[in-house]
Design a protein around this ligand. Structure first.
Ligand code: G4F
Length: 329
């Protein structure tokens, strides 16, 4: 019999790559999408998978919607990727962020405990949980303490702890992947990688004349979403639930990212780059560099994409699509 996977956040970047991976592995793939006033926005990254996956309306905040789906599907695996995923926006809508990213984890774990207790559960935990905490060697790893610097990070720490708690208290297979930043051509336009790439391409094509950013000095460990969904599947496929950090182990500043993209497009960054308070955060997470030795050694995971491969793929994609009105991400 085919394995069944249920994915919250299926319409997002990771949800779409994970769906492709699981379909390749011959799973039945189910997901929930939130109701949105613009219908097309709900399924933009999934249109190529039409008829291959089964979607229904649902919301992590609405436990009854999760109950109904789990009762019906009885999945083997549950991937909780649904979230209010934008860190700066979490300062503007902290209550909604907590409800979705913290209470939502409680809702799905409770629903699973009642209706699908034998399923395996994967929680999308985040390097944002580390906040201002760094080990002496300049890395964050599974043992690094959490000192979150945003409502998003605080809510993710709650989800992480709750996942461990359900694992211990109810002997459920509930596991955390602590993923560092991961991007792709499907990354939303208000995250810094896509914003920089897309704006630079539009400048090159004379459709824009400036790139306005917030903090240029923060450092991030950027990988590719398709490599990271492979890690998710490896983590959930083990016999025992063990939490893992997933990262490239390299870090670059936002300024480094801009330099790389503008050089590639033969543009003079100084002419176009501006900063604005509008894109600053009340508290910034200054530095991320993940040590993923544990997953590399124990599960033999490693990323296929380098930073340059990732950004080059994004540049090529946006060069082909910079004026595609139908692309709503
Ligand atoms: O691309 P970002 O918005 O990603 P951020 O905040 O690191 O969060 C992402 O990674 C987390 C994992 O650590 C995930 F949990 C989370 O869901 C999300 O996927 O910002 C990256 C950096 C920040 O330091 C930000 O301050 O870029 C800086 N930045 C500078 N100017 C900007 C901008 N970020 C955005 N989004 N827009 C700007 O104009």
């Amino acid at each position: 019999m085919k394995k069944k996977a249920f994915i919250t956040g299926i319409a997002g970047q990771d949800g779409s790559y994970l769906s492709e991976l699981l379909l390749e592995k011959d799973y039945e793939v189910y997901g929930i999408v939130r109701r949105n006033s613009i219908t097309e926005h709900q399924r933009n990254r999934l249109t190529h998978l039409d008829n291959k996956i089964e979607l229904s309306y649902g919301d992590l905040i609405d436990k009854s919607s999760l109950d109904n789906v789990l009762k019906k599907i009885k999945p083997d695996e549950i991937y909780n990727l649904g979230a209010q995923s934008h860190v700066r926006v979490s300062f503007e809508i902290p209550s909604f962020t907590f409800q979705t990213n913290a209470l939502g984890v409680f809702n799905i774990l409770e629903s699973m405990r009642e209706f699908s207790p034998k399923a395996k559960f994967y929680q999308a935990s985040s390097s944002e949980m580390f906040g201002r905490s760094v080990d002496e060697d300049g890395c964050q790893r599974e043992t690094t303490k959490f000192e979150p610097t945003s409502p998003y990070g605080c809510a993710k720490v709650f989800g992480y702890n709750l996942t461990k708690h359900y694992r211990k208290a109810y002997k459920m297979f509930a596991v955390n992947g602590i993923l560092f930043n991961h991007e792709s051509k499907r990354r939303g336009s208000n995250f810094v990688t896509t914003k920089v790439v897309k704006t630079a391409v539009r400048i090159k094509n004379k459709l824009e004349n400036e790139l306005v950013l917030g903090n240029l000095d923060s450092s991030r460990d950027w990988g590719h979403s398709s490599d990271y969904v492979n890690a998710m599947h490896l983590i959930i496929s083990q016999d025992l639930p063990v939490d893992y950090v997933v990262s490239t182990g390299e870090t670059r500043t936002v300024r480094d990212l801009c330099n790389y993209v503008f050089l590639k497009l033969d543009l003079d960054l100084k002419k176009y780059l501006k900063t604005s308070e509008k894109f600053m955060r009340p508290e910034e997470l200054p530095y991320l560099k993940g040590d993923s030795s544990k997953i590399r050694n124990e599960l033999k995971w490693s990323p296929k994409y380098s930073f340059e491969d990732l950004i080059d793929e994004m540049i090529n994609f946006w060069q082909e699509n910079y004026n595609n009105e139908n692309l709503n991400y």
